[in-house]
Write a protein that binds this ligand. Structure first.
Ligand code: HMG
Ligand code: MG
Length: 323
């Protein structure tokens, strides 16, 4: 290959990559929902304020779900009520039904997220409903939320595989995703809930959605790094023009109703990669690190973020104290 055709190929590789990416932080919700150590409301507030100070402007703070199902987020009402609307920051929370919507409204939430899986079995385990019944419930939730002036995000999980059903047919992803968008969610986040996806699969799914008329601006990607493929998957999603990436500070996370699910891709790792690729996110890496360090201490465990580990290793070698 000569120099000019090599340069052309390189341009083509990065042609659709956006200049700016919106980082949607799920740490306080997806990150903490499965932790055995339950953080206090004060600790969660400190985490969220730390994320805001680092430049994160979209944060999923909690879930208005049954506390018997997700005990770690049982303080949802108090937490949300203690986070009044703030200029330039969007707070969101997971809502599974009208009861959850009422709670979110009472706590002053302006944005919520509804969630279901492309897998029938996962829906029955996670929200105790069939896919059809969940969509019927969400039709009511979305209609009422929008009538109240709220924005509604949608999650479609188990897009690349389900812990109960295994491989998921792409058409199922397209059909359920289309239906959620038609119900009025402004963005559909494609969840690799158990971290099984690989780059070709990501291209297959996203191209399929594009072919069915779903625009790149309507999609977000949500990867778990269970098998170490999250950043590779995000890279191809960016190459396909995706502009919103979900992540959790420190790489926290996992779904209690998805056996084998481990952490979400770490916000630090995503921001490090975006910075290196010259893609603006508005997030300051050095300000994320103290948030993760505080979480490591509060949760009494090492967090999986690779950037964090590299940073701590560097500090240890250079004799810099981190706490
Ligand atoms: P259910 O048991 O079928 O609900 O649960 P029900 O309508 O039969 O009611 C039973 C009891 O729950 C009643 O209380 C209701 O009041 C109460 P009781 O009379 O027995 O005292 N209840 C509620 N309480 C608080 N908030 C509510 C609520 N609704 C009913 N909103 C339900 C159905 C959906 C509530 C339950 O299955 C649940 O809470 N599921 C949530 C599970 C969850 O949060 N899983 C993790 C989500 S992560 C995920 O899905 C993946 C994602 O992160 C993306 C990715 O990573 O890929 C989004
Ligand atoms: Mg997740």
């Amino acid at each position: 290959m000569n120099d000019s055709s090599f340069a052309q190929q390189q341009d083509a590789l990065f042609e659709a990559v956006p200049d700016t990416v919106s980082v949607y932080e799920v740490g306080p919700r997806d990150g903490l929902q499965n932790e055995t150590t339950v953080l206090t409301t004060e600790q969660k507030l400190a985490m969220i304020h730390g994320l805001i100070a680092a430049g994160i402007s979209r944060i999923e703070i909690t879930s208005f779900v049954n506390p018997r199902w997700i005990p770690a987020l049982a303080d949802h009402k108090e937490l949300a009520a203690r986070l009044p609307p703030r200029e330039g920051v969007v707070f969101s929370a997971l809502v599974p039904n009208l009861r959850g919507l009422d709670g979110a409204c009472e706590a002053g939430m302006r944005e919520i997220a509804v969630f279901l899986a492309a897998s029938e079995t996962h829906n029955r385990k996670n929200i105790n409903k069939s896919t059809r019944a969940a969509l019927d419930t969400y039709a009511q939730v979305i209609e009422r939320a929008r009538a109240n002036g709220m924005r509604v995000r949608g999650y479609l999980s188990c897009v690349y595989g389900c812990p109960y059903e295994g491989a998921i047919d792409r058409q199922q992803v397209i059909d359920v995703g289309r239906e959620l968008l038609d119900l009025g969610v402004y963005e559909l986040s494609l969840g690799d809930t158990i971290g099984v996806g690989t780059p070709r699969q990501v291209v297959h799914v996203i191209e399929g959605l594009y072919r069915f008329g779903i625009g790149r601006e309507q999609l977000a990607v949500h990867f778990h790094d269970t098998r170490g493929t999250a950043l590779a998957n995000i890279t191809v999603a960016l190459q396909l023009g995706i502009r919103t990436v979900d992540s959790a500070v420190g790489g926290l996370g996992g779904c209690p109703y998805a056996p084998g699910a481990s952490g979400n891709v770490a916000t630090e790792d995503v921001v490090y990669m975006l910075d290196g690729m010259g893609i603006a996110s508005g997030v300051a890496l050095d300000k994320l690190v103290p948030v993760s360090l505080e979480l490591q201490a509060n949760l009494a465990r090492e967090l999986p973020s690779k950037y964090l580990k590299a940073h701590l290793g560097h500090c240890a070698r250079s004799g810099v104290r981190t706490r």
